[in-house]
Design a protein around this ligand. Structure first.
Ligand code: MN
Length: 195
């Protein structure tokens, strides 16, 4: 059985950028629901012995959708922090400057990918198979674990359930809030782990 991890902060910790009400529904209903369905689907199947990442990489259909969403949201919660206004530093800043030209250019590329994702999906900062930082977008539950040699560092959920209670149809305003709470310290740790 797979257990939904605790949130890395209180449900009200990202307010007013991400409200407690959004976290209540997003973590408490949507994310929990993916775990509940995942656990129901793997009973008495060979998947019951696999890790969450192994299931994401070897399943399809409803099992893939629920396993991938269970995994995607864990990275998403870690992508945000109550410590607002962080900026990339050190090796992360060097890598961003090398591959995008600067932090503003990275944020612009990521925001464009998020805003241009049609319908439900995700925007990601990844290390690609050429060992460079890159921005990718995926639809529905799809994620960079499906891309060979690719390591995701940062995730932004652009399903409407991530922002509709706070900013309604205004995904751009949600992206502004996301950057305010962006957990660059976590991204930095993931970058160092990957090299
Ligand atoms: Mn979500």
């Amino acid at each position: 059985m797979h257990t939904q991890p605790e949130l890395p902060y209180r449900k009200d910790a990202l307010a007013p950028y991400i409200s407690e009400k959004t976290m209540d529904y997003h973590y408490g209903k949507h994310h929990k629901g993916y775990f509940d369905k995942l656990n129901a689907l793997i009973v008495d199947t060979p998947f019951a012995q696999q890790s969450l990442v192994e299931i994401v990489r070897s399943s399809d259909g409803a099992l893939f959708n629920n396993a991938a969403q269970a995994w995607n949201h864990i990275l998403y919660w870690d992508s945000m922090s109550p410590k607002t206004g962080q900026m990339p530093t050190g090796e992360l800043l060097n890598a961003i400057t090398r591959d995008f030209g600067g932090v503003d250019e990275l944020k612009s590329a990521f925001t464009t990918a998020a805003l241009n994702t049609f319908g439900s999906g995700w925007a990601w900062l990844v290390i690609n198979s050429e060992k460079k930082l890159a921005v990718v977008s995926t639809s529905n539950a799809h994620n960079p674990l499906e891309m060979p040699g690719t390591t995701p560092l940062l995730a932004c959920d652009v399903w409407e359930h991530a922002y509709y209670l706070d900013t309604q149809n205004n995904r751009a305003s949600y992206l502004d809030h996301f950057w305010t709470v962006c957990n660059w310290e976590y991204v930095h740790e993931q970058l160092l782990k990957s090299t």
